[in-house]
Design a binder for this molecule. Structure first.
Ligand SMILES: Nc1ncnc2c1ncn2[C@@H]1O[C@H](COP(=O)(O)OP(=O)(O)O)[C@@H](O)[C@H]1O
Ligand SMILES: [Mg+2]
Length: 166
């Protein structure tokens, strides 16, 4: 197995004094499924935000496929996230102005502009895998909560990310 993600001595403080994350070392291999367990307020979301390049550490380094991504600027982090990370949030955050299949294609539009004709087939494949093909053209706000959550999962997969954070 090859290592996809490595954290070395990661600290995070929000106030410059108290560390929420204290010297985290973590190695994740390609293909691994990892669960992070801890009390509310213990730092799980803080860690996921840093792994997903939504936030930067106060100290320490994060390597993705051997490349140090710790201190990318916000534009580079956005590109990195779009290409490499699929996010499945607790709340689905589907965009109300778009229907189901359009919501799934949004990460691809960001990646490649409107030139995403090829990807529509990929989106339909994912919809079929998730038993959502019947609702592809439905308004994303007028489907069930479980369907919305599955649409959000499909959206996280459309750019074939190396890492899915759920
Ligand atoms: N943006 C923030 N600004 C300041 N403090 C924060 C922020 N986000 C989280 N915290 C604090 O950091 C600690 C860890 O929070 P969090 O990572 O959200 O925990 P968990 O996801 O495990 O419940 C908590 O004490 C929380 O209050
Ligand atoms: Mg949390």
């Amino acid at each position: 197995m090859s290592e996809i993600l490595k954290l070395v001595g990661v600290f995070k403080s929000y106030d410059g004094k108290n560390n929420v994350l204290k010297n985290i070392d973590l190695n994740i291999e390609k293909g691994e499924f990892i669960g992070i367990i801890g009390q509310s307020g213990s730092g799980k979301s803080t860690l996921l935000n840093i792994i997903g390049a939504l936030d930067i550490p106060s100290k320490g380094d994060i390597y993705f496929n051997g490349e140090n991504i710790s201190y990318y600027n916000s534009e580079k982090r956005a590109q990195f996230r779009n290409k490499n990370i699929g996010f499945i949030f607790q709340f689905h955050f589907l965009l109300p102005q778009f229907n189901v299949i359009e919501n799934i294609l949004v990460p691809n539009w960001i990646d490649s502009g409107n030139d995403s004709h090829d990807k529509k087939e990929d989106a339909l494949d994912i919809l079929r895998d998730m038993k959502l093909e019947d609702i592809a053209d439905r308004d994303s706000q007028n489907i069930s909560g479980g369907q919305q959550q599955r649409v959000a999962i499909a959206r996280a997969l459309i750019n074939k990310p190396a890492i899915v954070l759920a």
